[in-house]
Design a protein around this ligand. Structure first.
Ligand code: FE2
Length: 308
């Protein structure tokens, strides 16, 4: 695969400053308008925009040969692109945000310290309380893991991301939802149907189930009315999740323990029904608001005003 990592996204919102306290509170580092884990304070950059929207997706490839391959495939699809400063910039022909592909050394976050868990018959945590209780402060999030987008032309979007840029399909839902990856993560980008292009959610990885549950439940207690969905464990991707709403109205997921695909040949792409594919435990289905956020009309009007 030419791609090996999701590097970041740019989110546009009417009032960028409302996200500064939020990301700091979440445990990201950064400065005005650029946030991420220690060492990568640019995974989520924030820009001013007339309505909330995804403005850019940044992915890593290995080298110039990968870029050349992508350029050739985009040419074959008749998709415009430019190369500036060694980066390929391709305006998404359907969804209108930019995709930037940049040769970047392969890297991963450092491994999380393993929790000492007591299980029946094997109880190594003796005479000690759980780490989530004893640690001084909650461990920060590890990285941006994936984004989910709604798109009015899923097949054309599929062609751009899969055939052009080189994302790989991991699983398919209802014939029209493509879980795709640009790394060994089960998904870094999910293409889902939508009335206009919109950011359905972005997802942030944490160390383990304890840290996801503690971060999400603390946030919910402090920010009444922000519940979206969860906790639960997805069937597709296997990740434990909890979705909440950030102060700009975007849904954000905190997750851990996602399926990992290293042997591409061995992975069998699953075709799932729309029913019975949301969770192994937790609520059976996603709530109505998940694919129909309350500000959807605003997003439709905004997109049509700017691109109609
Ligand atoms: Fe997700």
């Amino acid at each position: 695969m030419p791609l090996h990592r999701l590097r970041g996204i740019t989110v546009g919102v009417p009032e960028p400053q409302v996200l500064n306290d939020f990301y700091e509170d979440l445990g990201f580092v950064g400065s005005e308008l650029g946030w991420g884990p220690e060492g990568s304070p640019d995974q989520i950059t924030v820009a001013e925009a007339p309505y909330r929207q995804l403005m850019e997706i940044r992915v890593a490839c290995h080298d110039e040969a990968d870029l050349e391959g992508i350029r050739n495939r985009l040419d074959g699809l008749g998709v415009q692109h430019a190369t500036e400063g060694g980066r390929l910039i391709a305006p998404d022909p359907v969804n209108k945000w930019r995709v930037i592909v940049e040769p970047t050394p392969v890297a991963d976050v450092s491994p999380s310290p393993r929790e000492t868990l007591n299980i029946p018959g094997d109880r190594p945590r003796t005479g000690a309380r759980p780490r989530i209780y004893t640690e001084e402060s909650l461990r920060p999030p590890r990285r941006l893991g994936h984004v989910v987008i709604g798109t009015p032309d899923i097949l054309k979007s599929h062609d751009f991301y899969i055939q052009g840029l080189g994302f790989r399909i991991s699983d398919i839902v209802g014939g029209l939802g493509f879980f795709t990856r640009c790394s060994s993560d089960h998904h870094n980008l999910l293409l889902a149907p939508g009335p206009v292009p919109y950011l359905n959610h972005y997802a942030i990885e944490r160390d383990d189930i304890d840290t996801v549950m503690k971060a999400a439940s603390d946030y919910l207690r402090r920010n009444e009315g922000t519940q979206v969905a969860g906790p639960g464990r997805h069937m597709i991707g296997g990740n434990v999740f909890w979705y909440l709403r950030d102060p700009s109205g975007n849904f954000f997921e905190q997750f851990t323990d996602m399926d990992c695909i290293v042997d591409e040949e061995a992975w069998e792409i699953g075709e799932w029904g729309v029913e019975d594919s949301w969770s192994i435990w937790g609520e059976k289905d996603q709530p109505e608001v998940f694919f129909n956020p309350t500000d959807m009309q605003e997003l439709i009007d905004g997109f049509n005003r700017d691109h109609g």
